[in-house]
Design a protein around this ligand. Structure first.
Ligand code: ATP
Length: 270
């Protein structure tokens, strides 16, 4: 079933309309979108497009979402792999999976390969973590580097990778021709949170009393994934309460539940 493993993802297309509050970051990746749409235009001029773009930022800020949106905007296939899944693999399998993944992506290029949690395999070598049992990780990492080094520029494959911990990455990954473009995805500010709430309430019947600006003010420190969860919790409460729409009380109770849950979670952590 290996041939099946790296099918491009199907399903509804994600676009920039689904991503909110990180407009500067969208700007930075529009060149990639443009290249994937019209690789010929760049090729003719001999322009070198980055092979690899590293998206760094805290969990839940929308790195995966953004990578999907780049593929969606460019209307190209999106292949995704989570780096951590390679850690559990039998030695030798990780590298061959990487080879397969790049092969599939090249076949249908222009296309995008997305590597989530790059730090899981891309950690600097020789650290405390590498005391034994890391052959698989190193082989997988080396295979990714080999594949990227093999790009001549005409493949039309762009590799996007995400990490929460760019500082622990092996410097070899950041060399020219590899992940030489770095994009930082920051947690949203007040206006960003408001825009994210707008995106996630698009398909939700929201009561006339609901003030998304006030909700954005009440959620400092929350990232996109948290806000999405908040809207969903509020909708669940509204359903349980047999409300026709999701009203302010549903949102505030959902927020309280989430905040208390977080506090309890922290207190239970040894
Ligand atoms: P992780 O590092 O944990 O993988 P991530 O940065 O890749 O996190 P996503 O998986 O993209 O975050 O975010 C999870 C979900 O949260 C997204 O599918 C989306 O629904 C929502 N979300 C996150 N950020 C945004 C955003 N900027 N705009 C709209 N929705 C967002």
């Amino acid at each position: 079933s290996r041939a099946k493993l790296y099918q491009p993802e199907g399903g509804p297309r994600t676009t920039f309309a689904d991503v909110a509050g990180i407009e500067e970051v969208e700007q930075e990746v529009t060149e990639i979108v443009d290249f994937l749409r019209e690789p010929e235009k760049y090729r003719k001029l001999g322009a070198q497009i980055p092979h690899g773009v590293l998206l760094s930022g805290p969990p839940g800020t929308g790195k995966t979402l953004l990578a999907r949106a780049v593929a969606g905007e460019a209307k190209v296939p999106f292949f995704s792999m989570s780096a951590s899944e390679f850690i559990e693999m039998i030695v030798g399998v990780g590298a061959s999976r990487v080879r397969d993944l790049f092969e599939q992506a090249k076949k249908v290029a222009p296309s995008i390969i997305f590597i989530d949690e790059l730090d899981a395999i891309g950690r600097a070598r020789g650290g405390a973590q590498s005391l034994g049992g890391n052959d698989e990780r190193e082989q997988t990492l080396n295979q990714i580097l080999t594949e990227m080094d093999g790009f001549t520029g005409s493949e039309g494959v762009v590799v996007l990778a995400a990490t929460n911990r760019p500082e622990i990455l092996d410097q070899a990954l950041l060399r020219p021709g590899r992940f030489d473009r770095r994009v930082t995805v920051s947690p949203p500010d007040l206006s960003g949170r408001r825009k994210i709430l707008e995106v996630h309430t698009r398909g939700v019947p929201v009561g006339p009393d609901v003030d998304l600006q006030a909700l954005a003010s009440a959620t400092p420190g929350m990232v996109g994934a948290d806000l999405k969860n908040l809207v969903n919790e509020a909708a669940l409460l509204a359903a349980r309460r047999a409300h026709a729409t999701v009203v302010t009380a549903d949102f505030t109770d959902a927020l309280e539940k989430i905040v208390l849950g977080t506090v309890r979670g922290i207190m239970l952590t040894p």
